[in-house]
Design a protein around this ligand. Structure first.
Ligand SMILES: NC(=O)c1ccc[n+]([C@@H]2O[C@H](COP(=O)([O-])OP(=O)(O)OC[C@H]3O[C@@H](n4cnc5c(N)ncnc54)[C@H](O)[C@@H]3O)[C@@H](O)[C@H]2O)c1
Length: 320
């Protein structure tokens, strides 16, 4: 089905981050007017976020430094958006993160953003970017399966989903939820598997792997495919009010297979050290994407090898 791109004013939260920056870039290039907000959280090196923001600014995206936890500051932003896509979150399973970090950013930040969204009289739709982590430790279900998160990250992202769905039920906002599965590619966060692996491989450092995780399997999904899925959702916003849709890859790989691919692409072996197990790590994720294919004509096509090659090229050209 061919859909026409319409001009819209779009607010992207977490626009300086990994997936938010790619999405803001895609929408701006498609002719929409994008404003990005981000608090440049120090969860990882903010030089990377500044670089992402600079790429967007060069394309004409306005970037505003705002912390969603700060209600007053949020209310200083103009209220003229047609669309809001909410990526900003405290991500991952870092031992350095506290429950407060997850709760204040992922739940209170989302609550404040909803209040802000409802002031936008022309708002057509709100997309909440969620995660397969809401499902729990083993995941291969459709969206109708009751969630059972096993980490503070997963449970606070689920609370964010519930806040959104409450507004949809009340009829005060039109919104949908996209649950993403293990996204990788250029600009991937430095705490995540592939950026760490590539960095260790290129810098001859030891790669530390959590005990047991070498056998974990994941639907590793290339960021370009995820962004296409989000874009398809934007174009079909009037069909997906109140819907939850998984976005992931068609195939799963074990962590060890991913390591072997990076070694093959770098042409060298990476030294591995096993360290103690990390709680909350998902054991197996297999994205059930039937609904995305049907509703969004979603078609993830990038192989893990192709995507990793692009991620390695990006890493080699990083200016940090
Ligand atoms: N990376 C993945 O594999 C993955 C998988 C599933 C879901 N997601 C979801 O995608 C979204 C983006 O993840 P990412 O990997 O790009 O992470 P990221 O950390 O690179 O991006 C998040 C951005 O949000 C900003 N931010 C955090 N708290 C904020 C606040 N209170 N106010 C304003 N900005 C704030 C951060 O500074 C960061 O730039 C998150 O909602 C995450 O739950 C990611």
């Amino acid at each position: 089905m061919q859909l026409t791109v319409i001009w819209m004013k779009v607010l992207v939260t977490g626009a300086a981050g990994f997936i938010g920056s790619h999405t803001a870039e895609k929408l701006q290039k498609a002719g929409m007017e994008v404003m990005g907000i981000d608090n440049f959280s120090p969860y990882y090196d903010i030089t990377l976020k500044r670089q992402n923001a600079d790429i967007l600014k060069d394309l004409g995206v306005e970037i505003v430094e705002v912390d969603l936890r700060d209600k007053e500051r949020l209310l200083q932003i103009p209220i003229n958006f047609d669309f809001i896509i909410h990526f900003a979150a405290h991500p991952g399973l870092s031992a350095k993160s506290t429950f407060d970090d997850y709760y204040t950013n992922n739940v209170l930040g989302t609550r404040n953003l909803i209040n802000f969204a409802e002031l936008n009289k022309d708002l057509k739709h709100f997309i909440y970017i969620s995660t397969s982590s809401v499902y729990g430790l083993k995941v291969d279900f459709p969206e109708t399966t009751p969630p059972n998160p096993a980490s503070d990250y997963g449970s606070t992202k689920l609370e964010g989903e519930e806040l959104i769905m409450k507004e949809v039920e009340l009829g005060s906002m039109k919104a949908s939820i996209l649950r993403l599965f293990s996204v990788y590619g250029p600009r991937e966060r430095p705490d995540k598997l592939y950026t760490r692996l590539i960095s260790c491989g290129l810098n001859n450092e030891v790669f530390r792997i959590f005990e047991g995780s070498e056998k974990h399997s994941r639907s590793f999904t290339y960021v370009g495919d995820i962004v296409k899925g989000i874009y398809q959702a934007v174009l079909r916003y009037d069909k997906i009010n109140g819907e939850i849709i998984n976005l992931g890859a068609r195939e799963e790989y074990k962590t060890l297979d991913g390591i072997a691919l990076v070694e093959e692409l770098l042409g060298k072996q990476i030294k591995i050290e096993v360290i103690s197990k990390r709680n909350g790590d998902q054991l197996a994720t297999s994205a059930n994407i039937g609904k995305a294919i049907e509703w969004l004509e979603y078609n993830p096509s990038t192989t893990l090898k192709e995507g990793l090659k692009k991620q390695i090229d990006w890493y080699k050209n990083l200016r940090v």
